[in-house]
Design a protein around this ligand. Structure first.
Ligand code: 13P
Ligand code: SF4
Length: 311
């Protein structure tokens, strides 16, 4: 495997030869973000995947994101540098579990966070991402209860924002749950001129302290546009790479986690992707995301329902 600059050149060459597009999430390692054709949050990346003319989609993110790309654009080859790039939310929720919840609440609508696998999507009425969740939930008929899965923190936050009662699946993101409210309160006390911004996957106690709550793209826009010069960032540390580019003169402080030996929160799933694995997956066009057609069509329906509502 080539190294350094040669590795970058080799990836770009493969991209050209294979008419590939590299899509990367903001939590990816910085060098992968730098080489990507499109960088975005989960909704932006799903849209890019749906509309691309490339023959091969190289998805630098986690498995559920690459799977969503395949669901939306089945004629393209979709590859992911490391198939072990999972997600604690997706791993903790199953289609069978949702079916059981529906049996218990037959009148409920199931709104599911995009951080889930295809079987779970297939059992859902509508999908949401963190950037359109409020709009989607507001649009659901008021006379039906809502089951929200799998992220209880995002669900609780949405229920408060929209005033809709929700039956919550008991799932969470291991990365955002690691933030320590006590240590962040101390960071705010030590930096009275800073604002705390947080992803809604964070726990309620952290969200209560936050000056702004939003998806990865919303957090980026906020830091760029707001007058404040100092921010404490409660989301995965990979986002700092793009934030520093967009707001080079602002001070960005990662929010602290419970583990005192760490000074930021990393998603070890996202970080399974490396430049070397990216090169190999483009060269061999593996590992490829494949999905049974019947399941794909079932999973597509609630994703399309979401896209129709959040144009
Ligand atoms: P965004 O849609 O805000 O990018 O979030 C994806 C994610 O996995 C957050 O942990
Ligand atoms: Fe999943 Fe959390 Fe990693 Fe996002 S940060 S991919 S929700 S484990």
């Amino acid at each position: 495997i080539p190294q350094g600059e040669e590795l970058v050149k080799a990836i770009l060459k493969l991209k050209e030869e294979k008419n590939a597009v590299i899509l990367a999430h903001y939590y990816q390692p910085g060098e992968i973000q730098d080489i990507a054709d499109f960088l975005g949050d989960s909704l932006q990346l799903a849209r890019q995947a749906k509309d691309t003319n490339a023959d091969m989609i190289v998805f630098c993110g986690v498995h559920f994101m690459a799977e969503a790309a395949k669901i939306l654009n089945p004629t393209k080859k979709v590859v992911l540098p490391d198939t072990m790039a999972g997600c604690s939310l997706a791993d903790g929720c199953s289609g069978e579990g949702l079916r059981k919840m529906r049996e218990q609440h037959p009148n409920a609508l199931i709104a599911t966070y995009i951080n889930c696998n295809a079987e779970t999507k297939a059992e859902s009425d509508i999908i949401v991402t963190s950037s359109n969740a409020e709009t989607v939930i507001e649009a659901l008929p008021k006379d039906r209860p809502i089951i929200f899965a799998p992220d209880k923190n995002l669900g609780r936050y949405l229920s408060k924002k929209t005033g809709r009662d929700m039956i919550l699946w008991d799932g969470s993101c291991v990365v955002h749950e690691a933030f320590s409210m006590e240590r962040i309160a101390q960071q705010l006390a030590d930096n009275p001129d800073a604002k705390l911004i947080a992803h809604p996957e964070s726990e309620e106690a952290v969200l209560k302290l936050a000056h702004f709550i939003g998806s990865t793209s919303a957090l980026l826009n906020y830091v760029e546009k707001d007058d404040c010069q100092k921010f404490i960032i409660a989301t995965e540390e990979g986002i700092l790479h793009e934030m520093r580019k967009r707001a080079p003169h602002k001070e960005l402080i990662p929010a602290l986690v419970f583990d005192e030996s760490c000074n930021c929160s990393e998603c070890f799933y996202m970080k399974r992707n490396t430049m070397e694995k990216l090169y190999l997956c483009m060269k061999y066009e593996l590992p490829e995301i494949l999905i049974d057609e019947e399941l794909r069509l079932k999973a597509l329906k609630p994703i399309e329902a979401m896209l129709d509502l959040s144009k």
